[in-house]
Design a protein around this ligand. Structure first.
Ligand SMILES: *[C@@H]1O[C@H](CO)[C@@H](O)[C@H](O)[C@H]1NC(C)=O
Ligand SMILES: *[C@@H]1O[C@H](CO)[C@@H](O)[C@H](O)[C@H]1NC(C)=O
Ligand SMILES: *[C@@H]1O[C@H](CO)[C@@H](O)[C@H](O)[C@H]1NC(C)=O
Ligand SMILES: *[C@@H]1O[C@H](CO)[C@@H](O)[C@H](O)[C@H]1NC(C)=O
Ligand SMILES: *[C@@H]1O[C@H](CO)[C@@H](O)[C@H](O)[C@H]1NC(C)=O
Length: 552
């Protein structure tokens, strides 16, 4: 059954501190926002939402504060490496038990959660296991431990899944002898084997059911890029199909857009993400992706202050249950558990819409999907000539770097008004009204950027962002700022040359707000409207990914 046949009045989470939970009904763009501090009684929750069996399930993600190897560049023997991993496995074990007690049917652990980071290709050797391909071989490491040598980590994870009767997703290091697959463009590494950053999935009886090798590495000397992108899914009895990605993958076409275009709407996202305000904070982009692609995202991050890693959550197009540590919080793990709807693959007609990443579109004529849409992204290009001279910016513009990209900005110099700002192929329009001013003056600016981001990764963008500037000088616009007191009602709008536009609204001190209205027209115009903020505005963003231009 499909998610729109019922709404999920009970997104709940069970944890010791305050976290935000919101529920969103798309019908009529009405929004129900609530902040919950809760230990909801699980059984009553389950009772209410399970009237239609299989329409919802309980997901869990664990933000893990890993026990690290203090000298990751020094190779360890296998027994030493296992002694280290065991410390993290013990925490996984405790959390699996807790998650199971709270009814979780699937539990996700983060990227690098077992061994940590900063290994070299050789120093990680003690941590490597050769993970058999579950598409070739049916294996339960817990019940058949003798079948493959050197698989202690796989056995431990498999037994955890089995003991607590839940699907378990973890990330570990895989060694595959060459040739895995032969490809002229990616020959076998010189030392004769591949090393992959790998997600593994165990069924609730312990069977290894999926193995995914990370495609888009982020400065990971220990690992290889797989010879070809892997599109990996697995089936569950409680929620159907899930797809796998890892960390940096979320910014690229492979594997995620291929998964989404194939109709996979539930994605699992182990990550070790270094936060970067104002546009790519963890929870901000996790929610943006869920909303933009109309999918569920189960995101599990590492917790590490030094590396600015925190921010995990369970996101659906209708709800978000998340955790983002604040400065000064103790550095510790966090389990999140939420009941969420099963998202069925959308039918053909709908799927185009979901690929467009919209929540609602202006025209609701049923013939829309067949008439107005471009089915290839590249065909949208012709609609967006390079020059945008037709729209004249409404005010004095300046250039300031945001996320290492040269945005064109215009200041919001009144308490309400309208602004336009263009950069290259994108023109951003803003209508705004300050509904509450803080005690001290805060400066805001509207920024536009169209082009290829080239620092720490290369990807093509069209972005519109309303940001709070870090100070009162325009040169501070685009810099990181965590807090704000100014509340704003706004409408942010632009024509995009891609249907992949990820919307976010980040309020003061890492609180997410669900846009009151998101609309998309057949010709690529995206509108995000919001009012009645619960906190000061840090960033409102429409982040368009021009995947088709990445290699240009
Ligand atoms: C990894 O190395 C970088 C620099 O090489 C350093 O800044 C960072 O702290 C290291 N991380 C860990 C977890 O050791
Ligand atoms: C495991 O290792 C032992 C000792 O090296 C060896 O005798 C055995 O054949 C190996 N088993 C498998 C399945 O590779
Ligand atoms: C998003 O998915 C829901 C069902 O899961 C569907 O009702 C809705 O039409 C989709 N939205 C878009 C914009 O495709
Ligand atoms: C704000 O900017 C506009 C356009 O530059 C200008 O016309 C207006 O006078 C400015 N308002 C204030 C209060 O400075
Ligand atoms: C915002 O708040 C005002 C005043 O409380 C209310 O009239 C209005 O309906 C609210 N708007 C939305 C979209 O909730």
């Amino acid at each position: 059954m499909s998610a729109d046949s019922g709404y999920f009045d009970l997104t709940f989470l069970c944890d010791v501190t305050a976290q935000s939970v919101f529920h969103h009904r798309l019908v009529g763009a009405a929004m129900y926002l609530s902040v919950a501090l809760c230990f909801l009684v699980l059984t009553s929750a389950a009772g209410q939402t399970e009237s239609a069996p299989g329409s919802s399930y309980v997901a869990a993600v664990y933000e893990h504060h890993p026990v690290l190897n203090p000298e990751p560049r020094v190779p360890l023997s296998r027994p030493e490496a296992l002694r280290h991993v065991l410390k993290n496995l013990e925490i996984y074990e405790e959390q699996s038990e807790r998650a199971a007690q709270l009814g979780a049917q699937i539990l996700v652990f983060p990227e690098d959660g077992l061994q940590g980071f900063n290994f070299s290709r050789s120093s990680i050797s003690g941590y490597l296991e050769t993970i058999p391909d579950p598409q070739q071989e049916n294996w339960n490491p817990c019940t058949e431990p003798g079948r493959h040598n050197n698989t202690e980590i796989l056995q431990a994870l498999s037994c955890m899944a089995r003991r607590y009767n839940l699907y378990l997703v973890a990330n570990m290091a895989d060694l595959q002898p060459c040739p895995l697959t032969t490809s002229p463009s990616s020959p076998c590494p010189p030392d004769g084997h591949w090393q992959f950053n790998t997600n593994v999935v165990f069924r609730s009886d312990g069977h290894l059911v999926a193995r995914y090798h990370k495609q888009n590495l982020y400065f990971e000397n220990a690992f290889d890029t797989p010879p070809q992108p892997e599109i990996i899914t697995f089936e569950t009895p409680f929620a159907g199909t899930f797809g796998l990605l890892t960390c940096f993958d979320i910014l690229f076409h492979e594997p995620i857009i291929t998964l989404v275009e194939r109709g996979v709407r539930q994605l699992i996202f182990p990550t070790a993400w270094m936060n970067q305000l104002p546009l790519l904070d963890t929870i901000q982009f996790q929610q943006a992706f869920s909303l933009g692609a109309n999918v569920t995202l189960l995101a599990s991050n590492i917790r590490n202050n030094h590396l600015i890693m925190t921010g995990s959550g369970i996101y659906t197009p209708f709800s978000a249950t998340y955790h983002h540590a604040q400065r000064g919080d103790p550095e510790e793990g966090r389990l999140l558990v939420a009941r969420v709807p099963v998202l069925e693959p959308l039918g053909e007609g709908h799927r185009v819409t979901s690929e467009e990443g919209t929540v609602r579109k202006k025209s609701t004529s049923s013939t829309d999907t067949d008439s107005g849409y471009c089915h290839q992204e590249s065909c949208l290009d012709s609609l967006y000539p390079e020059a945008t001279s037709a729209v004249s910016p409404s005010s004095v513009t300046f250039t300031s770097s945001m996320m290492y990209d040269p945005f064109t900005f215009v200041l919001l110099n009144e308490t309400e008004g309208q602004l336009d700002v263009c950069h290259g192929t994108v023109c951003c329009h803003l209508q705004y009204r300050q509904s509450q001013q803080g005690h001290s003056k805060e400066l805001y600016a509207l920024g536009a950027f169209a082009g290829t981001h080239t620092v720490n990764g290369r990807y093509a963008l069209q972005v519109c962002a309303l940001v709070r500037c870090a100070g009162l000088e325009s040169s501070t616009c685009g810099q990181e700022v965590e807090e704000a007191e100014t509340k704003m009602d706004f409408l942010l709008e632009a024509m995009f040359g891609t249907r992949y536009v990820y919307p976010s609204i980040l309020a003061s001190r890492y609180v997410l707000e669900q846009p009151e209205l998101l609309e998309k027209t057949a010709d690529g115009r995206v509108t995000m409207k919001h009012s009645n903020m619960t906190g000061g505005l840090v960033t409102a963003c429409l982040y368009g990914r021009m995947y088709h231009r990445d290699n240009k």
